[in-house]
Write a protein that binds this ligand. Structure first.
Ligand code: GLN
Length: 319
């Protein structure tokens, strides 16, 4: 086993879980009712190792939408289907240094990276126009969701239509980003902007639990092979690119600090989840809705920081 002292390991996970549970700071996202309704008390953690050992504690079977945690997955699908040369003709690989939904492009008039809103809308545009271009939008949704499900090893991946509709109705900024990018000729020629935005909102509205998201993270930790099914969902070079950008761009404007302190690829979402990848070891999902001023889950962040203080998971711990 990759973690030989399993019982000892999970007793530490429990300890971090309980020590972080009492934190009270942060605010639950309120821009749509489907997120605002969540209790600030929810707190769940799941881990899944690359050899399939599992542990979950707290609110681990409540359905929540992935929101920005879907961005590395849609990016992975695009890389796996199109290759990184094609994908990065359209989107950069640099942290933006700006808010995740800022209306800004890089020096080449591309969105900065696939993990900010502009970049993810663009990547959804690539999925819409270049991957299986003959599919209808309903088939395209099924096709994309199927990828999410395979990454989760068949565990719960649903869809919140209420969230999707709310996202679309409260999306002036995302529409602005879409038009701004179209004005700057960021999308491939045949790309349908409205269909691309719909696919983006649909990916944000994919529903998971901490358990199923920990398997997705474990699939990334395992180079694209789902550890509970053995299914090769992604090519390892696609996963490598995804993890590289999660490392530098996954935690909003805390990404640099997170890379320094925790030293692991991660992606957080406005739902309050963090998808954390410990390459060649395990996937972790934490979920607690209250967010700090930069948009990261207060409890999730503290959990990650406590974990690397005890275990040498930081990328540069083993020098
Ligand atoms: N649906 C949200 C948006 O597009 C996702 C943002 C997030 O999780 N940070 O604004």
């Amino acid at each position: 086993f990759v973690i030989p002292e399993w019982l000892d390991f999970i007793s530490h996970i429990e300890e971090f879980y309980w020590s972080v549970k009492g934190l009270t700071g942060g605010k639950v996202a309120s821009y749509i009712p489907q997120l605002a309704r969540f209790s600030p008390d929810h707190w769940g953690v799941s881990v899944c190792t690359i050899d399939g050992q599992r542990y979950s504690i707290g609110d681990t079977d409540i359905h929540f939408t992935m929101q920005s945690c879907s961005k590395p997955v849609t990016y992975a699908i695009a890389l796996n289907e199109l290759g990184n040369e094609t994908v990065h003709k359209y989107v950069g690989t640099e942290p933006s240094g700006r808010m995740f939904n800022a209306i800004v492009l890089d020096y080449n008039d591309k969105p900065h990276n696939p993990l900010v809103n502009a970049g993810s809308i663009l990547v959804n545009g690539l999925l819409q126009s270049l991957v299986k271009p003959d599919m209808s939008s309903s088939e395209k949704f099924d096709y994309v969701q199927q990828y999410f499900k395979r990454m989760a090893g068949g565990e719960y991946v649903g869809f919140s239509n209420g969230t999707f509709l709310s996202e679309r109705e409260n999306a002036d900024r995302n529409f602005s980003l879409g038009y701004y990018m179209r004005e700057n000729k960021c999308f491939p020629e045949k790309c349908d902007l409205m269909a691309s935005l719909d696919l983006y909102f649909q990916c944000c509205s994919m529903e998971v639990t901490t358990e199923s998201m920990s398997v997705m993270a474990a699939t990334l930790a395992n180079g694209g092979i789902c550890p509970i099914t053995g299914d090769q969902v992604m090519q390892p070079n696609a996963v490598r690119d995804v993890l590289s950008l999660m490392h530098s761009c996954g935690m909003y404007d805390y990404s640099g600090q997170f890379a320094f302190k925790v030293g692991l690829p991660a992606k957080s979402g406005v739902c309050g989840a963090i998808m954390l990848v410990i390459p060649n070891v395990m996937g972790v999902c934490t979920w607690s809705p209250p967010l700090d001023s930069l948009g990261n889950s207060v409890r999730g962040l503290k959990f990650c920081e406590e974990m690397v203080q005890v275990f040498n998971f930081h990328r540069y711990d083993n020098l």
